[in-house]
Design a protein around this ligand. Structure first.
Ligand SMILES: Cc1cc2nc3c(=O)[nH]c(=O)nc-3n(C[C@H](O)[C@H](O)[C@H](O)COP(=O)(O)OP(=O)(O)OC[C@H]3O[C@@H](n4cnc5c(N)ncnc54)[C@H](O)[C@@H]3O)c2cc1C
Length: 485
């Protein structure tokens, strides 16, 4: 087949994946990244020997990552991936705790210590989460979503029970209540909606497939952090011959001969385009509500910290928290996520130091003209209030941290918006409602040869899913190019 020219607009993980796979197929691929570095939301910083991710910190579905590097012929570039056990430690507002393990029996034991009935709840919940994964999750992830007919055909292959299960899914919170009596375990389940930037009170119970995925396939850490994974992916993609242009904000137009893509002063002709930027605006859906944003603090701790790799410190009123967030406000008592990668990985901190990534959910910025400037100004003062709440929660969790923490960086929704995320939203499209996941922007664009890849499109956000979307986009673009060759 004649080599065709493909442009990839955006060097986030989805764009890098599509670019690498298309180049591996023999196409002539040029990637335009608007920012100074590759990785998009998956950035990292190095300060005084500490290496901290500023975006993703937790890896699921490692086989998707390994499979991608194998397809790119670059398995040796992938840093070692370690499975974590325990997976995550939870603290509740009343001072009680819970630990999620890969080992279901240990998870059940930890839940049973909160209230004995919750032990049975763990078994019932995870059995249902696995059934949801088999009935709806696998069919949703195994091929690009091109409409209900194709999806239902894949579900039907799993039998009528699977079809019936898909039809009667409630919200994630309702599913949690069906299995757990304590607000603690209900909060634990509800938290997984935030992996899509959504509220557990509005998102489908289908999101229970995330705790199933974590339990069945593990929670993982890439040595050096996700930043090291991005570096390796960038190297693998360049090795395939992809021409990478940084600081090159590109636009694309179509005419009878194909696409013109590139910065205003340097457009080139291409046969196909994969767009890694969020698709909502270009699809005329820019006024839709957005998924959550986040505020991140990067802390240097003097000495080694005994904190586990992942912790979640819940606020006291979860329904109120989501009401506030989706009402456009910061939570009055926010849930705080803490990542201490040096608990697993000695390469991310020098001896005698610890780096912590600390995050709270935040509403996406309003998008009306002028509103984002006002929101940016508001963040200047809001950040101080949130920071002190985060410090208070951290100190209540581990009093040994007192006097040892120094802020080495922060990322507000304004910073995320500057990376091209609409309203600073981490996942773009908000998948609320029973059919939310099916309204997600599709990979196939509106004109022949145009495809989208990344967290704003199918199957959704998160490192392995955007790799899947990049793979689907590359396969669809390749098919289009074969037809037009
Ligand atoms: C704080 C935070 C925590 C997270 N935690 C996790 C986690 O623990 N686990 C997990 O799996 N995921 C997590 N995620 C989500 C994950 O980072 C994203 O889903 C994923 O990285 C998005 O990849 P993407 O392919 O959509 O590209 P993006 O990261 O959205 O990058 C798109 C790129 O396109 C570029 N671009 C846009 N428009 C143009 C243009 N016109 N021309 C040129 N370039 C353009 C942008 O500059 C950007 O580099 C987190 C994200 C954040 C921000």
């Amino acid at each position: 087949m004649k080599s065709m020219r493909v442009a990839v607009v955006g060097g986030g993980i989805g764009g890098l994946t599509a670019a690498g796979l298309l180049a591996k197929e023999g196409h002539d691929v040029t990637l335009f990244e608007g920012g100074p570095t590759l990785g998009g939301k998956a950035q990292s910083v190095r300060v005084d020997g500490l290496r901290l991710d500023t975006g993703p910190t937790l890896l699921t579905l490692p086989d998707v990552v390994k499979g991608l590097f194998e397809r790119l012929g670059a398995a040796e570039l992938l840093p070692p991936i370690t499975e974590l056990e325990p997976q995550c430690t939870y603290r509740f507002a009343d001072g009680s705790g819970f630990v999620a393990y890969k080992d279901l029996e240990r998870t059940a034991e930890s839940a049973g210590a909160l209230q004995s009935s919750e032990r049975r709840g763990v078994h019932g919940f995870y059995a249902e989460a696995e059934a949801i994964w088999r009935a709806a999750g696998e069919p949703y992830l195994e091929a690009p979503f091109e409409g209900m007919a194709g999806f239902m055909a894949r579900v039907a292959k799993r039998g009528v029970v699977a079809m019936a299960r898909g039809m009667k899914l409630a919200t994630l919170d309702e599913l949690a209540r069906a299995h757990f009596q304590t607000s603690h375990l209900q909060q634990f389940v509800g938290r997984f909606a935030t992996y899509a930037g959504a509220s557990p009170y509005e998102a489908s119970a289908a999101y229970a497939l995330i705790p199933h995925i974590e339990r069945a396939y593990g929670v993982h850490h890439v040595r050096g952090g996700i930043g090291a994974l991005v570096d390796a992916l960038g190297d693998a993609v360049k090795r395939q011959g992809v021409k990478v242009h940084l600081n090159a904000r590109a636009h694309y137009t179509r005419d009878a001969r194909g696409y013109r893509v590139g910065p205003r002063d340097g457009e080139e002709r291409f046969d196909s385009v994969v767009v890694n930027a969020d698709p909502l605006d270009s699809l005329g859906r820019g006024r839709e509500p957005l998924s959550l944003s986040g505020f991140v603090l990067l802390l240097e701790v003097n000495g080694r910290s005994i904190l586990p790799h992942h912790s979640v410190l819940f606020g006291r009123d979860y329904p109120r928290e989501f009401k506030e967030l989706f009402g456009g406000q910061l939570a009055e008592d926010p849930t705080v996520y803490v990542c201490n990668p040096s608990a697993t990985d000695p390469t991310v901190a020098p001896p005698g130091k610890t780096g912590l990534f600390v995050m709270v959910n935040a509403p996406a910025l309003p998008r009306e003209p002028g509103a984002s400037e006002r929101a940016a100004a508001a963040w200047e003062s809001q950040a101080e209030r949130v920071k002190s709440q985060m410090f208070d929660k951290l100190l209540a969790y581990d009093p040994e941290l007192r006097g040892r923490m120094r802020v080495m960086g922060q990322r507000t929704p304004v910073d995320l918006a500057a990376l091209g995320a609409p309203g600073g939203s981490i996942y773009g499209f908000l998948p609320h409602g029973k059919f939310g996941p099916f309204r997600r922007p599709r990979i196939r664009g509106g004109t022949p040869g145009l495809f989208f890849a990344g967290g704003g499109t199918h199957p959704g956000g998160g490192v392995p899913l955007v790799m899947l979307s990049g793979r689907f986009a590359a396969e669809m673009a390749s098919k289009h190019l074969r037809r037009s060759a």
